[in-house]
Design a protein around this ligand. Sequence first.
Ligand code: PLP
Length: 447
Amino acid sequence: MSFSAQEINKLIGEFPLLEQLQRTEPLLWLNPKLTDFSNASAQLPLSQSDVADASARLKRFAPYIAEAFPETAANKGIIESPLREVPLFKGQMELESAQRIPGRLMLKCDSHLPISGSIKARGGIYEVLKYAETVALEAELISTGACYTELNSDLCRNVFSQHQIVVGSTGNLGLSIGIMGAALGFLVTVHMSADARQWKKDLLRSKGVQVIEYEDDYSKAVEEGRKQALSQERCHFVDDENSSDLFLGYAVAAERLAKQLTEQNIQVDAVHPLFVYLPCGVGGGPGGVAFGLKLLFGDHVHCFFAEPTHSPCMLVGMYTGLHDQISVQELGIDNQTCADGLAVGRASGFVGKVMDPLLSGIYTVEDQKLYELLARIYETENIALEPSALAGAPGIVNLLSQGESYLNDHGLQDKMENATHIIWATGGSMVPEKEWQQYYQQGTKKF
Ligand SMILES: *Cc1c(COP(=O)(O)O)cnc(C)c1O
């Protein structure tokens, strides 16, 4: 699908914010389709029982994970990240924005998820495990309910080596699929977009994963992966643009977060709103997490996505209602960003449609801002993140300065003192020190 210049002009006439997006100016868009959860829930294609099924599967695999990845043994093979308050960072944000931030500011450290160091350790690993379970049950290597530690054996790896897993990625999804797939014994091929960092390709190759590189962007890498997978037997394609398995793997995060909130005595209810700010690439990660959170907290949780000013694909898709029928490149936006995890020009149509009645809004962030926030969170809280992971950080300031109508419409103004704001820090712990120093230098540059 592509648009003529005339069609693009007509679209801009109808949707004036597109002009601001074309100029790559940061902005906050509030979603007019947001619906009361009691009305929205009926039209959702997936339900709480689908999420519960995914959660149960991750529990079945936990003993295997604990054995195959000893760094997860302390948490009994459950791949989870800390939720921590970031008061010093909050103070710094207040100083820089000259604005008091009411409520509590927290960081969900998916940057420190074991095995692959990003939010992809949720969805990506889940989808590989689900495929492994299907193959293993068919080959009678295991029976449901049995102990899956059996899978950590040469016998099982031999069976899995007859099967392939293929994925297209900007880097982090490839890492999670590649590391997990290779550990189980699958033949894994990762189609990498031009944004992918060299260290990610090197790491995957060191694990025996085949990496195919493209000069083109994410959409091309996915397309090539899909083509390869279709032409082969016993081959599973992880479809980042459409997969409900990935989505459900991400959604399990919600019940885990709810437990952490309870443990830290943090309430979420009609007078204690929860705000969550999620960096968005193609949409599966933030969409899955937001979906899970809406199922648990309904109207008490307010979910915002964050995108780079040069890759606002979900904003363009949801705002125009065209979803995956339009790319940012068709608007003349280049999809070039330092936030490699978010360098996606065309959003998932599946996710955009699910999010229509659930998402509060989307804002965009400039690359230089991501670098600066990367430096700030390191200096204040001693946490090293990758640029993509910072996109959630300006969410609360944006909401306070530009989202007054949202706070008024939802009766939130007098509840902000009781609010909890969660910045979803989606990746970074595996970035090599030298690479990370370059990011940091960018963030401390004076202009
Ligand atoms: C993939 C990724 C995201 C966004 O997830 P999508 O499913 O692509 O929307 C955000 N941050 C990081 C670090 C990522 O790797």
